[in-house]
Design a protein around this ligand. Structure first.
Ligand code: UDP
Length: 469
């Protein structure tokens, strides 16, 4: 989509938003933009995407104040992202900045404010050079931000790098605001043998203090200790604004029975969900781009089928193969689904998740317990929060050595116990999951912490950035 021509500038408060090109980053950025646009309809928000990402989300319904502008596909494709993450992350650091600046030069309207994913640190340099305030958006828990940011402290204490198979169970408790945490629960790229990813991630923090705001897609009440510590450490405002999930679209959930606005694919799995007893279905998904081995997928399929628990499983490219392996009676395997609506469906009783932050927020919003199956990145830390701190889920990898496959027998046992409505363990977890649902919904209610922070952010954008220019 071409950016606006120079000849007809629109007089409006103009925000440029640039998400990191990955589903777990694009979704929270888009949800933030939609929240801002719905609070202030005369705001103009230009969302900068690669052409590939415009193809993926350009067709979605957007509020009138949001428009897209693109840079060319300078990165490996979305499908290649998981296969070689260091190359992908490296390319987002070295190849996107220049086309972004060229695009900014072609926009007709003056830019008053930039919201850029924290991974795209070059946007802070651009904003500083042009005297445009920049809010850096961190789409993960505040704890993960703090752990990455304080890796030098771990180094000074001789706790990084370390061999996870030897020291994984050791705990550290010297990072301000972070509860005692096992070394295996810090973000896994910090202890991978290949240190390329962590080297790239450390780079994103170098000029962070030159941003004017830090936005975290979390909820203050869930991470108050770490937020207090970060607020003492940084001089810029830090706003939690989560959950950055599409809860504004949820009214449609209540009208699902009318089946309007659903695609044929959606009709099939929602019809099936509608025919299942309450809380009886396990929703299974390992996120938007990461994969586990075909052998592990087969073990999950065999374990689920043998458990007798009905399931809805998002298996992306492997959906057809796995549906055949499991048979229709056991459950449904689909390539993709409307996740938040699925989680909120009354037939869903729990979520087998890799523990991506958006998936975790969506699950907490739905009030359902989780089986954590972390693969990489922040998922190890999120598992710690879900299982140890919040006690709203169980750890499927508890007795597994790093890299070991979880076998079907163990999966069957785990899934049966997790979904057993008569077990006191499940009843307690469900009770707590409902309490957490309250916390998260309160945050986005009138006067709640996230709503108040969003109002402050909007106030800064409109009065400090737009009015003063
Ligand atoms: N998602 C979805 N449908 C699916 C699977 C995933 O809409 O079938 C969305 C999900 O709602 C979430 C995002 O993809 O917003 C995944 O982000 P997350 O942070 O959980 O994990 P990632 O994919 O980045 O590892």
């Amino acid at each position: 989509m071409a950016p606006a021509a120079r000849s007809e500038p629109i007089k409006a408060c103009h925000v440029v938003a640039v998400p990191y090109p990955g589903r777990g980053h694009v979704n929270p950025m888009m949800n933030l933009c939609k929240l801002l646009a719905s609070s202030k309809p005369d705001l103009l928000i230009t969302v900068v995407l690669t052409e590939e990402w415009l193809g993926l989300i350009g067709g979605e319904e957007m509020p009138p104040g949001i428009r897209f502008a693109t840079i060319p596909n300078v990165l490996p494709s979305e499908l290649e992202r998981a296969a070689d993450m260091p190359s992908f992350v490296g390319a987002t650091q070295t190849k996107m900045g220049e086309p972004f600046e060229q695009l900014m030069g072609r926009l007709a309207e003056p830019i008053h404010f930039i919201i850029a994913d924290t991974f795209l640190f070059w946007a802070i340099e651009f904003g500083n050079r042009r005297n445009i305030p920049v809010a850096s958006l961190w789409p993960m828990p505040a704890s993960v931000f703090s752990l990455f940011y304080h890796l030098d402290l771990l180094e000074r204490n001789g706790d990084h790098p370390f061999d996870v198979s030897e020291r994984g169970e050791e705990r550290i408790d010297y990072i301000e605001g972070i509860e005692s945490i096992r070394l295996i629960d810090i973000p896994s790229i910090a202890y991978m043998k290949d240190q390329r990813l962590i080297t790239l991630v450390r780079r994103i923090f170098i000029n962070l203090t030159k941003a004017q705001y830090l936005l975290i897609s979390s909820i203050y009440e869930l991470e108050s200790r770490v937020m207090e510590a970060l607020n003492l450490e940084f001089s810029f405002p830090i706003y939690t604004f989560g959950p950055a999930i599409p809860y504004l679209n949820l009214e449609k959930v209540t009208t699902l029975s009318s089946n309007q606005s659903l695609s044929d694919d959606q009709l099939i799995y929602f019809d099936w969900l509608n025919s299942q007893p309450p809380s009886s279905v396990l929703y299974v998904s390992l996120g938007s781009f990461l994969s586990v081995s075909a052998e592990q997928m087969d073990e999950i399929g065999d374990g689920l089928r043998a458990s007798g628990v009905r399931f809805l499983w998002v298996a992306r490219g492997e959906a057809e193969r796995l549906q055949q392996r499991c048979g229709e009676a056991a459950g449904r395997v689909v390539p993709w689904c409307d996740q938040l609506k699925v989680l909120c469906h009354p037939s869903i009783g729990g979520f087998w998740t890799h523990g991506g932050w958006n998936s975790t927020m969506e699950c907490i919003f739905s009030g359902k317990p989780m089986i954590c199956f972390p693969i990489i990145l922040d998922q190890t830390t999120i598992r710690k929060h879900v299982v140890e701190d919040w006690k709203i889920g169980v750890d499927s990898k508890k007795y597994l050595a790093p890299g070991e496959i979880l076998r079907s027998g163990k999966i069957t046992e785990l899934v049966k116990r997790f979904m057993d409505a008569d077990s006191s363990e499940r009843r307690e977890m469900v009770g707590r999951a409902r309490e957490f649902r309250q916390i998260i919904r309160q945050a986005v209610s009138e006067g709640g912490s996230s709503m108040t922070n969003l109002a402050s952010l909007l106030n800064h954008i409109v009065h400090s950035a737009c009015d003063s220019s």
